[in-house]
Design a protein around this ligand. Sequence first.
Ligand code: HEC
Length: 119
Amino acid sequence: MIKYLLYSSIVLLLIACGTAKRGEPAYAPLATTEPAVVQGKVVFDTFCHKCHPGGEAGLGPAINNKPLPGFLIRFQVRNGLGVMPAFSDKTISDSDLDVLVAYLKTLRKAKEDKPAQAP
Ligand code: HEC
């Protein structure tokens, strides 16, 4: 648990320091050059994108539109649920999972930062 708290704080720190460009397209809005986040995108595109395209809903639900805590993302990835397969540390190493979580938090932030749609 302490480990998870530590991870979450590191991730929060990463995000707090990241810059978010506004007005990016809804799809794959990677507005950072933070190395962890860039690596996380590679992991995401390899294993998650096909069901959660760009973090939006596909075969799986959207994961860029709700404040999923890091430990929950990790749990879901390691254990799977329903149609979603489990990914062991042989497929996604612990460090890959770290950067994946950092990327997902950035995706959500990018979504939140987008201005509300004009009426
Ligand atoms: C084969 C398709 C598939 C792949 C690949 C996949 N997912 Fe999923 N994911 C799903 C489905 C389906 C659900 C909904 C599961 C349920 O509630 O039964 C889900 C749910 C989730 C949730 C919970 C969302 C919520 O609203 O609580 C998270 C987080 C998530 N996936 C992250 C990931 C990540 C990260 C990866 C890549 C490592 C990934 N998924 C790969 C299909 C997939």
